[in-house]
Design a protein around this ligand. Structure first.
Ligand SMILES: O=C(O)[C@H]1O[C@H](OP(=O)(O)OP(=O)(O)OC[C@H]2O[C@@H](n3ccc(=O)[nH]c3=O)[C@H](O)[C@@H]2O)[C@H](O)[C@@H](O)[C@H]1O
Length: 400
């Protein structure tokens, strides 16, 4: 089976990407009640991880792609409507049952800027959030060499701004936020455990995520904020980020363009613990469900608060060559493969999550292997971009 892309849809998406970049947006969703939250979170996370976090133009070579930063949520049009905006925020955050959660999700839904302090203050004035799920970030390992400032702006300045507002809030929310497997950097222990060293980041992206973990420690220590960092391992799936390898490999394979498969400097294959988005969503919900309340109030600590870090990975690393052969099987197209030595661009040779801690504390158990997850991704890709199968109509039910 072979496919030819529908360019009108691609163009539409690229125009949308360009819009997203212009508004430099991060998305926010205020969800209320556990039930509403779970439903909303699923949608939000799909958008967060795979659509809104970092969208390069055209989804091509991530090294050349221009990626917008995501320190914004709420469009000025929406945020600027005053009473209507407030009403919407109140409505979407009113718990549907007693003791329901009211959760601010950054990185999805309506648009505004994390660095917009008055806007954040206003939000927290309107809603006594019980939790924040902070997913907004500038992601991507290699793009950090092109636009380092965007990482500082989003992952450090934006995070601190959010923590400043959260620590002063009454009540203080519990915060669960997206760290990254990249914090393990040059760590050689395998699989990666939360106890391993994380003081050797290989990219600026990793360094800003590690900085986030240290900043979290500080706000927990001084203000009694309950903070949980989740180290996500190469998350993929429908609505994914076009700057990630599995995504642009799919595009390039379909277009007959060559792809680079990295090998390490000693000639071994580069591997990743690719983790399907639905498994990550379950991990986020588990972390929120088990997050204890912050102990401070109005900027004053009243006792020790919870501080946690968890790996959320798939626990089965797969080589990039294998990833490509699964895609070839799904697309029924042979890739033009160039195996090259990994450029010195912040990449690490392998990742592998030990998830014992997350399993123990909130029963985290990834269930989607790479072939299954990529099948779901390719199905979505073909439908989203209007790719026409040339040989077969359906994606094969098995990868190979
Ligand atoms: O877990 C994380 O913390 C990070 O995961 C993700 O980073 P990575 O694991 O680097 O994913 P991704 O770019 O898809 O490359 C996948 C594989 O393809 C290899 N790769 C890449 C490009 C290429 O041209 N050739 C190639 O072999 C490459 O060497 C790698 O082995 C997120 O992007 C990041 O935001 C962060 O969340």
């Amino acid at each position: 089976m072979a496919f030819s892309p529908d360019l009108s849809k691609s163009t539409k998406l690229e125009r949308y990407n360009s819009y997203l970049r212009r508004v430099n947006n991060t998305k926010l969703l205020a969800a209320s009640s556990k039930l509403l939250f779970r439903v909303t979170l699923l949608v939000a996370l799909l958008l967060v991880f795979f659509f809104t976090l970092n969208y390069p133009i055209g989804g091509g070579d991530s090294q050349n792609a221009s990626i917008h930063t995501t320190s914004r949520f709420f469009s000025s049009g929406f945020y600027g409507t005053g009473a209507a905006w407030e009403k919407q925020v109140r409505q979407s955050s009113t718990p549907r049952r007693p003791n329901g959660f009211s959760i601010l999700v950054t990185g999805a839904a309506v648009e505004a800027d994390l660095n917009d302090t008055p806007m954040l203050n206003k939000l927290f004035d309107i809603v006594p959030f019980t939790h924040v799920l902070h997913l907004a970030a500038q992601a991507g390992v290699r793009y950090a060499m092109k636009n380092p400032q965007s990482y500082v702006q989003s992952n450090i300045a934006g995070f601190i701004n959010l923590l400043e507002v959260a620590k002063a809030a009454v009540p203080q929310p519990a915060i669960v936020w997206a760290s990254s497997s990249s914090v393990y950097g040059l760590n050689k222990d395998n699989p990666f455990s939360e106890m391993d060293r994380t003081d050797q980041p290989a990219s600026l992206y990793a360094a800003t995520k590690k900085a986030g973990e240290e900043i979290a420690h500080t706000y927990n220590h001084i203000y009694g904020l309950s903070l949980t960092g989740l180290r996500f391992f190469t998350v993929y799936g429908p609505w994914g980020r076009p700057d990630m390898a599995y995504f642009f490999f799919t595009k390039d394979i379909l277009q007959g363009k060559p792809i680079n498969i990295y090998k390490t400097h000693d000639g071994t294959e580069v591997a990743r613990d690719f983790t399907y988005v639905d498994d990550i969503v379950k991990g986020c919900v588990g972390a929120l469900d088990t997050a204890e309340k912050s102990t401070g109030s109005g900027g004053k600590k009243r006792g020790p608060a919870q501080l946690r870090v968890y790996n959320l990975g798939n626990t089965s690393p797969v080589g990039v060559g294998r990833l490509v052969s699964i895609l070839e099987g799904l697309l029924n197209v042979k890739a033009k493969k160039h195996v090259i030595t990994m450029p010195r661009n912040g990449d690490v040779p392998f990742t592998h999550a030990n998830v014992t801690l997350a399993r123990k504390d909130f029963a985290y158990k990834p269930t989607t292997d790479l072939a299954t997850g990529l099948r779901k991704f390719v199905k979505w890709y073909v439908s989203y971009y209007g790719v026409q199968p040339k040989v077969k109509k359906d994606i094969p039910s098995e990868a190979e």
